[in-house]
Design a protein around this ligand. Structure first.
Ligand code: PHB
Length: 392
């Protein structure tokens, strides 16, 4: 006992006297555990975010504050139990200083208690249910929230001849958030919800739900489906003849995701959505980002990619602020109130909620050259997650 105390005392004085030695010891690599669905139905999210993380490192170098960064990529296959086990292994065995990724809400929630316990920042790059950041004080989000993306559409619709709506959402966190946010604002602004339909997350068959939409004859169907699923919804929309029925399809931009939009074909033309990112966003930062991304990855970035890219920005800038110190509290503190220009436009981290504050754009699918794009035509600036803003 006595000897330990003496040694500890000695250690402290050595640390203060022999700085070069300590600096060398500290310059070991900083590991980032990146957990993504690389296989399974949500693999497009994993592929997009992995490519974005690589691009960020390619453009910004693989060292920060004198420390090399190492990505440890793990495939959770889109299964929450696996995400949790991988997070545990990354913390205990790989000694990661950050956890990052998280392609779906259940995958972001599962490891949150581990992040809290180990005091490891958890950067949520994709998942978008409002409550996620409340699951751990170590969560910081670089994606978006569904209420944040939905409320501007619920405001746009009644001003643009859409008075009667059926909603159709995937039956889990973000779908419930979208349904509620749309209904509340649309009803408050004089719109009428005819019915609220929910489709399963796993192996969805939209046909019976679209039939109910057709029978209700609304002005529009408001949809939320997670990234990657929109093409199937659009195909069944056409198969049911809804494209010829005069019923408009509106939604958050998840449905016309840039990753799959070109595969949907001309049926998608004219679809109005609201979201935080379009590959067609007109800014010098985005032009450079899209060009570099296409060149490096061989495909077009979607909103998942920009969540991954900005998540890496948080990691780099936090490490710069702490001068390479990886203590979790200091890193999260460094991320709070951080503001920068993303490929999506100006963004910042809300220091109260650790959510991203960003512009939401109203967009219309148009053909630009040989490709379909979500062309932005109106901007709602600096939108906070409205659910947490209302809680105060
Ligand atoms: C989610 O599960 O939180 C999620 C996934 C895909 C999206 C949006 C939200 O496009």
């Amino acid at each position: 006992m006595k000897r330990r105390t003496v040694l500890k005392g000695l250690g402290a004085s050595v640390a203060t006297l022999a700085l070069p030695h300590v600096a060398r010891a500290e310059s070991s690599a900083v590991r980032i555990g990146l957990i993504l669905p690389m296989t399974g139905p949500f693999a497009s999210t994993g592929r997009q975010i992995e490519a974005a993380v690589k691009l960020y490192m390619q453009r910004n170098g693989d060292a920060v504050a004198g420390r090399k960064l190492e990505i440890v990529l793990k495939d959770d296959t889109g299964t929450a139990d696996v995400t949790k086990r991988l997070a545990q292994e990354l913390i205990v065995n790989d000694k990661v200083s950050f956890l990052a990724g998280f392609g779906l809400t259940p995958l972001a929630l599962a490891p949150a208690p581990l992040a809290t316990q180990a005091k490891v920042p958890q950067i949520v790059m994709a998942a978008a249910t409002s409550t996620i950041t409340e699951a751990s004080p170590f969560i910081v989000r670089s994606s978006f929230t569904l209420p944040q993306a939905t409320v501007p559409l619920a405001e746009w619709a009644p001003k643009n001849g859409i008075k009667r709506v059926v909603s159709l959402v995937t039956d889990y966190g973000p779908g419930h958030d979208a349904e509620k946010a749309f209904k509340e604002r649309f009803s408050a602004d004089g719109g009428q919800m005819l019915s609220e339909l929910r489709v399963p997350l796993r192996n969805p068959d939209f046909a019976p739900f679209l039939q109910r939409v057709a029978d209700a004859k609304p002005d529009a169907v408001f949809v939320f489906v997670p990234s990657g699923v929109g093409a199937q919804l659009m195909k069944q929309f056409v198969e049911r003849g809804l494209d010829k029925s005069g019923i408009r399809l509106i939604g958050t931009g998840d449905v016309t995701d840039d990753d799959i939009l070109n595969d949907m074909g001309d049926v998608a033309l004219g679809v109005i959505t609201t979201h935080h990112y379009s590959a067609a966003h007109d800014s010098p930062e985005n032009k450079a980002f899209v060009e570099a991304f296409r060149k490096a990855a061989g495909f077009r970035p979607n909103f998942m990619a920009v969540g991954g890219y900005d998540g890496m920005h948080l990691v780099y800038e936090a490490l710069k602020k702490t001068n390479g110190d990886t203590a979790g509290e200091g890193l999260v503190a460094a991320m709070k109130a951080m503001a920068w220009t993303s490929p999506r436009g100006p963004v910042s981290i809300d220091p109260q909620t650790r959510d991203i504050v960003q512009n939401i754009y109203v967009r219309k699918v148009e053909k630009v050259g040989a490709e379909l794009f979500n062309v932005e035509f109106a901007t709602i600036p600096n939108v906070k997650d409205p659910v947490k803003a209302a809680k105060g």
